[in-house]
Design a protein around this ligand. Sequence first.
Ligand SMILES: [Zn+2]
Length: 697
Amino acid sequence: MLVEAHSKVRASHLKRDAYLYVRQSTVRQVFENTESTKRQYALKQRAVALGWPVERVHVIDTDLGQSGASAVDREGFKRLITEVSLGHVGVVLGLEVSRLARNCTDWHRLLELCALTDALILDEDGIYDPNDFNDRLLLGLKGTMSEAELHFLRARLQGGILNKAKRGELASPLPVGFVYDEQKRVRLDPDSQVRESIRLFFQTFRRVGSAYATVKYFKDQGLLFPRRLRKGLHKGELVWGELCHSRTLGLLHNPRYAGAFVFGRVQTRKGVDGKAIYRKLPREEWFSLLPGVHEGYIAFEEYEDNQHRLRECALAYGLERPRTPPREGPALLQGIVICGKCGCRMTVRYHERRGTLLPQYVCQRDGIEHAGNPCQRIPGVTVDRAIGELLVETMTPMALDVALAVQEELSKRLDEADRLRAKQVERIRYEVDLARQRYMQVDPNNRLVADVLEAEWNQKLRALEEAQEESERQSQSDRLRISAEERAQVLALTTDFPKLWNDPNTPDRDRKRMVRLLIEDVTLTRGGNIKVQVRFKGGTSATMEPAVPRPACKMWQTANEVIARMDKLLDNYTYEQMASILNEEGLYSGKGKPFNGILVGNNCREYGLKSRWHRLREQGLLTVEEMAQILKVSTATVNAWHRYGILKGHVYNDKQQCLFEPPGADRPFKWQGRKLSKRHPLIEFVSDHVKEVQYEA
Ligand SMILES: [Zn+2]
């Protein structure tokens, strides 16, 4: 054997490096099966014995803990393949080489590459040359056996598992709230806090009826929910955390909480790239569902009820939301909006106002998961309008560009066809020349030959004529046809789009289809303005920032300058006086209407301006009652005195009611027998009576 082995190793092999591939499929094997690892490393010594210098024996052991069932995710195996195909490898070392790859495709690829690059393969049994037929056959068999071994192993395991699962005896990982006892029977968790939490959870769902409301209740009450760690260093430990929506659904859908044994709810299979694909199966396809196998937190009937309720909720609110096909609603970007804050897909909500549906784009995945507020909401009308304008605006030059490019491409192709036709004509002309020469060279007396040659020449001439005509006609008709078509297309693209887009008869669904033809997706971010980032099909992008519409309550707000003016006028005028001043100054209310006394009054109250009455009171002015008390007269007298200018008052409202300046030292007194009109005012009279409206500059 050794002699034979030596004969296979040649100088060309020794010139290149040796690669030792070490693998243990699971982490446990790595720790427990150290013997096998040692054997794998011992192979290195064999390579040295065969003549490879020790520093040129490379060990690839990055795949420790990776299964050999597929090359995907096995960096080491990939590296080995790369090195072999680059021709760097003289020999591949491995313990039972067929275990290099448990998958026939990977194994045969390695064999093929080793054969092509003339690399040897070495294991504990011997050394093989993949170029040698017998060795190759043996290696192929080894690979097949190895895969078969894996298959039988798996089938035996799987069979055992399935049998147990059918009887409901399979010990599968339990959800939180259950534990296995010493006899491997399922029991409720001995931790009373865990049990109470789960009971409360199901009670809450029974009461509130939706997963979201259950999450919200736990959040509002500040209650934590237990979770058992499935893997990692602290595997099996209990941790307490916030209850989230997906967990809630998981619990509600899990029949184990109703004391049922279940197996095969998820199907796993390998995808094209070798990665596992998980698919949730509908209930009728589950491998086994056995109610009443162990104690539960709820009755099986309640579990069924819960499923029914969840299904109803899901129908009401929509299930998963990937990129969805266009539906009937008017929201233009339904299904292609992405949240600029968290990257989730946004959904559409509609609310109706005066008979029209108004869309709103909402990012609510996170909000639902943790029963919080939506990440962001964006008014759809603004965004949709901006997108529409963008499309109508960009469609014209964009379409022209495309059309021109197409035109160019087509004419290039036409030119090429023309050139080909010209060549064909050229060739026939050459043949005509030949035929003519042959005819000329023949002895004219040799009639028989001369006739044949003449006929041939004539025939060629006819062919030439035909070819020329054909070529001409073809190229002309081509040009005509295409230019007409082209023109129609260009026109259609540039004129039809805006027309079609703005046509109210175009169904929303069609408009959405147009959007999807042109736009890949749209990202929305709300800051002070809405940032709309559009990604067109084909890679170009555009960014817009339409202004956020003012909320309805603010739309009718009176401008701040007007309010400031009112504040100033209030020092000297009543509401009606102010209204006429404001109107004269050309100022309008928030709704664009002219002012009147009532409107000014409403505005002043709404914006919390201090009333004229309060202003005058602050200046120390007295009410008619206070004045009457001080002067020891009736209120009627006070008013009369004011009318005749004996008292100084200031009008504070449009009913001409006044506040009075304190009388001071020269207070008026009753003067019996003297007409009021004849009495001289005691104090200097300055009236601010209604009629004398003073305008401020
Ligand atoms: Zn978001």
